[in-house]
Design a binder for this molecule. Structure first.
Ligand SMILES: Nc1ncnc2c1ncn2[C@@H]1O[C@H](COP(=O)(O)OP(=O)(O)O)[C@@H](O)[C@H]1O
Ligand SMILES: [Mg+2]
Length: 121
C-alpha cells in the first residue's frame, strides 16, 4: 500500500464545520466496504487517516466477509467506535444521542448518508 496522505484521525484537529462531514466520510467508507463484501472489524481513530483529499481507512488484516456469522455484530461495534470517538472529541459539533444499531443497519442496507439522520429528536 502507498503511504497514506494526512494524519491519523486520533491526531487530527478538525475545524468545527468539518466534524460531521468527516464522520460521514468515514462511515461511507464503512458502507462501501460492506457493499464490497467486508466488515473492517477494528475500526477506530487509530486506523483512519484524514487529509485535504479525503479519508483513508487502513489496517484491514482482521476484516471479515459480510457473510461471517459475527459480521453484523462487528459492524455495529465499528460504527459505535467511530461515532463515539467523534462524540467524545467533538461534543459541541456531534449529536449526543445517535442510534448506533439503526445506523449500522442502514450501512448494511447501503442506505447510509449522514450521521445527522440518526440523531435522537
Ligand atoms: N499506508 C500507510 N501510510 C502511512 N502510514 C501508515 C500506513 N499504514 C500504517 N501506517 C502507520 O503505521 C501505524 C500502524 O499501522 P496499522 O496498519 O494500523 O497496524 P497495527 O495497528 O495493526 O499495528 C498506523 O497507525 C500508521 O501510523
Ligand atoms: Mg492499526
Amino acid at each position: 500500500m502507498e503511504k497514506f496522505a494526512g494524519v491519523e484521525l486520533e491526531r487530527a484537529s478538525l475545524p468545527s464545520e468539518q466534524v460531521v462531514g468527516v464522520c460521514d466520510l468515514v462511515l461511507r467508507e464503512v458502507r462501501d466496504a460492506y457493499d464490497a463484501g467486508f466488515v473492517h472489524a477494528d475500526m477506530s481513530q487509530h486506523n483512519v487517516a484524514v487529509a485535504e483529499s479525503g479519508v483513508t481507512v487502513f489496517d484491514w488484516p482482521q476484516a471479515v466477509a459480510t457473510d461471517h456469522e459475527n459480521a453484523d455484530e462487528f459492524l455495529e461495534r465499528d460504527v459505535t467506535n467511530v461515532v463515539s470517538f467523534f462524540q467524545q472529541k467533538y461534543p459541541q459539533e456531534m449529536p449526543d444521542d445517535v442510534g448506533y444499531r439503526a445506523l449500522a443497519a442502514a450501512i448494511a442496507d447501503g442506505e447510509f448518508g449522514s450521521v445527522a439522520a440518526f440523531a435522537a429528536e
